[in-house]
Write a protein that binds this ligand. Sequence first.
Ligand SMILES: *Cc1c(COP(=O)(O)O)cnc(C)c1O
Length: 385
Amino acid sequence: MTALGRTINLLATPVVPLSRPSITDDDIAAVVEVLQSSTLSLGPKLAAFEAAVARRIGVDAAIGVNSGTSGLHACLAALEIGPGDDVVTTPFSFIASANCILYQGATPVFVDIDPETLCLDPNRIDATVTSRTRALLPVDVFGQPANLEALRAIANRHDLAVIEDACEAVGSERLGQPAGTGVTAAVFAFYPNKQMTTGEGGIVVSDDGGLANVIRSVVNQGRDDNGTWMNHVRLGFNYRLDEMSAALGLSQLQRLDAIIAARARVAAWYAERLRDVPGVVVPTIAAETTRMSWFVYVIQLDPRIDRARLMAELAGERIPTRPYFVPIHLQPYYRQRFGYRPGDFPVTERIAAATLALPFFTDMAEEQVDYVCERLAGRLKQYQV
Ligand SMILES: *Cc1c(COP(=O)(O)O)cnc(C)c1O
């Protein structure tokens, strides 16, 4: 590598990563143990991981999948939601929560968000429900559960399924009820930036035994309920979670409470240091969020602050940041296909224009939080806010 290349590489290396999985010696040993066995897929680790998640969340069934996205897709496929069907969802999310609807040939119907929880606003849903509507697909944004008691009431009134995208909220609770419970089905995701990880991976949970069996078939090539190897009774996919991933998940799950506590500590350090910084609004937790499992730490900036410039300046200090989320309806593919324009979902757009995700991970040290906050506050001094 040239000297210039080395310099650029060094500059690109963050002092503080945006995110980093927390991997222990036990996690490593669990994966190595699988590699030393002869079973790398559809073995005892998957079954054990599924049982442990079901027990931990408090649901009857859990089905491991190879990503949160495939889990969401499997739920919609199992419910036979397809062309001509509408699914009500939020534009303020990671793109997967809407894409999974398109995979089935159904239509996402976006509804704007509640500015406090940043999740789907139940008060706006009734007006969008028609005879085509089949399901609600709320997202627990940044770890905070959506208003599920209101969403359930709407779903009951209109006979709709509720698929909860709990991909960012493993371990969170609303009004004492764990994220992922009390809905038709829910999905958790375990990509390396989530609270716990399996590498790639996710899990679907449900109390509906019949639906769970169909999901289990859908993620395993449409095999019949007995799993007969060459008998395919429906259109399925290969969305299976492998044994290495399941073993890692099982090991991580045993530390989930410690992980959630460590992340809450990091969030508290940030709040302490940023609460009084002009131009910064720290994330708020709704009174109904009785347990918060922090996924990311996302502040909102005063609209007078040039976010792109601030991000570039922080990158210069080797502090990576991200605008979370870019509204789904304004993504190029959605604009082209559906004709969405700025102004369609004003609350989402106002908040999306202001958000900034700061470095945040389980093992983040207080000094790292200090460094980020000090540099951020320093850079913000140039703005008269
Ligand atoms: C992480 C995430 C997913 C799933 O992501 P995968 O990378 O497919 O595991 C889905 N929805 C939301 C809101 C997410 O944050």
